[in-house]
Design a protein around this ligand. Structure first.
Ligand SMILES: Cc1cc2nc3c(=O)[nH]c(=O)nc-3n(C[C@H](O)[C@H](O)[C@H](O)COP(=O)(O)O)c2cc1C
Length: 208
């Protein structure tokens, strides 16, 4: 499948068939997430992969429409950092130095720019910026799964507190931005037969 075929093949599954995804395919999807693009490269997030069936079932009450949760193979919570501080940025620079064999001096203007960026934004703006990065990551995961012919359903329809309590999220520093359920579409999921509804190109794209 090429990229456009994968986009047409995928849809947001409402009912999976309960089959488990092979580990090698799951790992390729997760690797695509790790390689996903993020603003300034800061990756202000991590993935929490729920693969244990008992834990997945415990999460059902946290969702408004849980048919995907009760039938999926895996569930990935995209956990977004709510506070980005200088220590986090300095760790990032330590990582760049190790990976690329460069010096802090060579990176000083980039580092100053990031520190400046942190100072210019309110805590709320930084939290929102951080969550946006999780949504880019979400897109990467969805499309990597589609290329593997693994179905997904992105989900925002959850009760934040209940979900975060069950997943033992460190609420002082992070939040679940969005959840991705993975598996294989059930034969009787009617949504697979629905035509895709998207704006026509002339309303979606303007050339200037
Ligand atoms: C960020 C995000 C959150 C979503 N949350 C839910 C959800 O909670 N439950 C659900 O059934 N679908 C959810 N969806 C799926 C959308 O409704 C779906 O992508 C949209 O209707 C387009 O249909 P398609 O994905 O089948 O092409 C979500 C999609 C996105 C991108």
């Amino acid at each position: 499948m090429n990229y456009l075929e994968a986009l047409n093949w995928r849809y947001s599954v409402k009912k999976f068939d309960g089959t488990k995804i092979p580990a090698d395919q799951l790992n390729r999807i997760l690797e695509a997430g790790r390689l996903s693009v993020s603003s300034l490269g800061l990756q202000p997030y991590h993935l929490l992969v729920v693969e244990n069936d008992e834990t997945i079932q415990k999460l059902i009450p946290a969702f408004y429409n849980p048919s995907q949760i009760s039938t999926c193979s895996h569930l990935i919570a995209l956990v977004s950092k709510t506070h980005i501080n200088k220590e986090y940025v300095d760790n990032y620079f330590g990582h760049i130095i190790n990976e690329r064999g460069v010096t802090l001096e060579q990176l000083s203007s980039f580092r100053n720019n990031i520190h400046q960026f942190l100072e210019n934004y309110t805590a709320q703006e930084l939290e929102s910026w951080s969550e946006k990065q999780s949504y880019i990551l979400l897109g990467s995961l969805i499309m990597a799964a589609a290329e593997e012919e693994i179905d997904t359903c992105p989900m925002e329809g959850f009760k934040q507190d209940i979900l975060e309590d069950i997943l033992k999220i460190d609420k002082a520093n992070e939040k679940v931005a969005v959840v991705l359920a993975l598996g294989y579409r059930a034969e009787d999921d009617p949504f697979q037969n629905f035509k895709k509804v998207r704006k026509p190109a002339e309303k979606f794209i303007k050339f200037i």
